[in-house]
Design a protein around this ligand. Structure first.
Ligand SMILES: Nc1ncnc2c1ncn2[C@@H]1O[C@H](COP(=O)(O)OP(=O)(O)O)[C@@H](O)[C@H]1O
Ligand SMILES: [Mg+2]
Length: 276
């Protein structure tokens, strides 16, 4: 067992990078024989999954089956959980993301994640949106920051609610507003992949609708993996559904279901692996 599989290629050629920031291309996500264990206990076993570029994919499955664990493999948040080890490979745009040489800050700027509970920083609304932009090495000139902040707040239908209190503490917003703020902070980095872990389960209907609308608008441009417990929500937002189930005590993918053209998830990735 190894802590992280060494990739054959570094992340340098991650989709979109060659063309420069701002010209992101939605990449294919795939895993090959991905297993995660905690000590001797298997959490995920031999997951072979492929999600086509630009798909809006819902991830459904019972509590504890490993949905969050699977998401965390795509942006290496799994590294921050001590005691877990990985086998197999996780690829984005045909490149492994698991190697030690992969710049995880860059990776996480391209593979955004939204959690069940909003995680706002103890700063102003404006500073929260800029938080990632200030940190990642992507050249967005300072003069463009106010415009970028307004654009992403409009994208998540929050601008009208916060335009006159951009310098107020983000913690003063309602939970639904905070979650939309977190989404705006992620979108400010123009992610090519968006991982969403039950992002609306704690929210009011208006915030839920705003987030669903936004994600629908990303179809074809961003690859989205959205964990939900709500099959109706999955059918509203998703072009395809990955159904996870537990087998012999470990999470695995039971079935992939495609609902709309332009979105596709499939079991098994080896034959159709992207090599570029
Ligand atoms: N750091 C960890 N150490 C040991 N077991 C863990 C750890 N994180 C999660 N698990 C276990 O892995 C399983 C899958 O967890 P999780 O991915 O959170 O499931 P889901 O998101 O589908 O509810 C659960 O049984 C959980 O208890
Ligand atoms: Mg979870």
């Amino acid at each position: 067992m190894v802590e992280a599989v060494r990739p054959s290629l570094a992340l340098g050629a991650f989709a979109g990078e060659a063309a420069g920031a701002g010209s992101a291309t939605a990449p294919v996500l795939n895993t090959r024989a991905l297993s995660v264990t905690a000590g001797r206990r298997p959490l995920l076993r031999e997951i072979d999954l492929r999600i086509d570029a630009g798909s809006i994919c819902a991830l459904l499955g019972p509590s504890g089956v490993g949905k969050t664990t699977l998401l965390k493999c795509f942006n290496r948040l799994i590294d921050l959980t001590p005691g877990l080890s990985l086998e197999g490979d996780v690829r984005i745009g045909g490149r492994s993301v698991l190697g030690r040489e992969v710049d995880v800050d860059q990776l996480r700027s391209r593979v955004g994640m939204l959690f069940q509970q909003p995680v706002v920083f103890p700063r102003s609304v404006y500073e929260n949106v800029l938080f990632g932009l200030r940190r990642v090495r992507r050249a967005v000139p300072k003069r463009e920051w106010p415009g970028r902040v307004e654009a992403v707040l409009r994208q998540v239908s929050l601008w009208d609610e916060v335009a006159d209190r951009l310098s107020s503490a983000a913690a003063e917003l309602s939970v639904g507003q905070q979650q939309r703020l977190c989404l705006a902070r992620t979108l400010a980095l123009e992610p090519e992949v968006l991982l969403m872990d039950e992002p609306t389960s704690a929210l009011d209907p208006a915030s839920t609708a705003a987030i669903e609308q936004l994600v629908l608008s990303l179809a074809g441009r961003t690859t989205v993996l959205w964990v939900t417990h709500d099959p109706e929500q999955a059918r509203r937002i998703a072009g395809c559904i990955v159904h996870m189930e537990s087998r012999d005590g470990a999470g695995c993918v039971g079935a992939c279901e495609s609902l709309k053209d332009g979105s596709l998830c499939e079991l098994g990735s080896a034959e159709k692996e992207v090599t570029g």
